[in-house]
Design a protein around this ligand. Structure first.
Ligand code: PMP
Length: 410
């Protein structure tokens, strides 16, 4: 039974049982309408209410100001790798076009300006690397600039964040892209990078993937042009992705202009301006998935009167408890990323004794109802995600200590 399993999967992540119980009922007969939520029209008043409530609760929990648009999309986090490149390249062109005007000679000027269109990427793990590769595939390597790559200063491996003073940021880039928490490599930005902070002239246009640490700490949202996250880790189930975009960056150039400039245009379903204009209902959205996300948010708001601050304190406490335990047994456990950038959400570590010892650890875990601890196939090792409950976390810490003490005795 569910009550005997503790699940550590990074995504899909575990959902609160009471949310799922309500959702099961909603799937059969939503609010006594005789129809389930997956059957009701996405254009119905109840669907609109579910969307608007989820947006309002997300804004309230994270303190998102009115000059940002919240949209629900499909295509997962990976869809956003493409969407962010399309929309921010488009927004860059729209700005230049406005500056230069639209007569024939200014189109020529715009064509030459486009040669300087750059999207900067800070590579700190597998997900930012994939995002940069996608932008390169869509726009060509000439428009993608790797401003920093942690492998360069860490023997070809991820696990650090290069010192900001070494970042080679382009002037006037269409966006600076980073992944706030690298789920596979367990690397999290400890704070918003100083060099990307807003300046009187506006400053860099920052876009961040927050798929695996959203809702777990405060976000200086005004420093970002956009953030995004797939729902399936901390918010709900797979099927919807959330993007929060500063309204200034929504306007897009016409498809004709982009073609004239030799630049690609996004499929409509990835064009933020269109999705925002339609309150996320340009096409059929899974209202059931929005409902689940909404229920998780409602529950978080009830649980934490001080909203994300409460969740931030809890996440910090849980992560420190586990890292401290791992550090107490250096002969047995080895935390993979550098101490300064360790994720509070995905704790990645190896066990002395290599693959065989890790297989044994996973087998023992499963026997005790601890599942989903296997690290990502690209990195291996053990990966532990943030548990909803401090008591479970404490219990897991105790379990790690008990196993390590046993190993030492043997
Ligand atoms: N970004 C991050 C940080 C992720 O952890 C993941 C998925 N694990 C993705 C993007 C990709 O998400 P999806 O599978 O929804 O495309």
């Amino acid at each position: 039974p569910r009550s005997e399993v503790t699940y550590f999967g990074a995504g899909p992540g575990p959902l609160p049982t009471d949310v799922l119980e309500d959702a099961a009922q909603a799937l059969l007969n939503f609010n006594d309408t005789g129809l389930g939520l997956a059957e009701h029209s996405h254009r119905s008043a109840l669907a609109t209410k579910i969307i608007n409530d989820a947006k309002a609760d997300l804004s309230s929990f994270l303190d998102i100001p009115d000059n940002y648009e919240i949209i629900f999309l499909q295509g997962g986090g990976s869809g956003e790798f493409s969407a962010m490149a399309y929309n921010f390249a488009g927004a860059w062109v729209a700005r230049k076009h406005k500056e230069l005007g639209s007569n024939d000679s200014s189109i020529q000027e715009l064509k030459s300006a486009v040669q300087d269109l750059r999207m900067d990427y800070i590579i700190t793990g597998g997900w930012s690397q994939k995002a940069a590769a996608e932008a390169e595939r869509l726009f060509g390597p000439e428009h993608v600039h790797i401003a920093a790559d942690s492998r360069k200063t860490n023997n070809g491996k991820f696990g650090t964040i290069p010192d900001e003073t070494t970042w080679d940021l382009s002037r006037d880039s269409a966006m600076v892209y980073l992944c706030d928490n690298e789920t596979v490599h367990g690397v999290e930005f400890p704070r918003f990078p100083k060099c990307l902070e807003p300046r009187p002239d506006g400053g860099p246009i920052v876009v961040a993937d927050m798929s695996s640490n959203i809702l777990s700490r405060r976000i200086p949202i005004q420093n970002y042009a956009a953030i995004f996250f797939g729902a399936q880790k901390n918010l709900g189930c797979a099927g919807i992705t959330v993007a929060v975009i500063k309204k200034d960056f929504l306007p897009q150039p016409s498809a004709t202009l982009m073609r004239q400039l030799g630049l690609p245009i996004p499929p409509r379903i990835f064009e933020f301006e269109t999705i925002a204009k339609n309150n996320s209902l340009y096409n059929t959205l899974s209202i059931f998935d929005v409902y689940i996300a909404g229920q998780v948010l409602r529950r978080l708001l009830l649980q934490h009167p001080d909203k994300v601050r409460g969740q931030e304190a809890a996440s910090e406490q849980k992560a420190q408890l586990i890292y401290k335990t791992l550090e107490e047994y250096p002969g047995v456990y080895h935390v993979i990323p550098d101490k300064s950038v360790r994720s509070r959400m995905n704790i990645c570590f190896n066990i002395t004794g290599g693959d065989a010892a890790e297989e044994e650890f996973l087998k023992q875990g499963i026997a005790c109802g601890l599942t989903g601890l296997k690290g990502h196939r690209d990195l291996r090792g053990i990966r532990l995600i943030d548990l909803s409950d401090i008591i479970y976390t404490w219990g897991f810490g105790w379990y790690l200590a008990w196993l390590a003490a046993g190993k030492r005795r043997n």
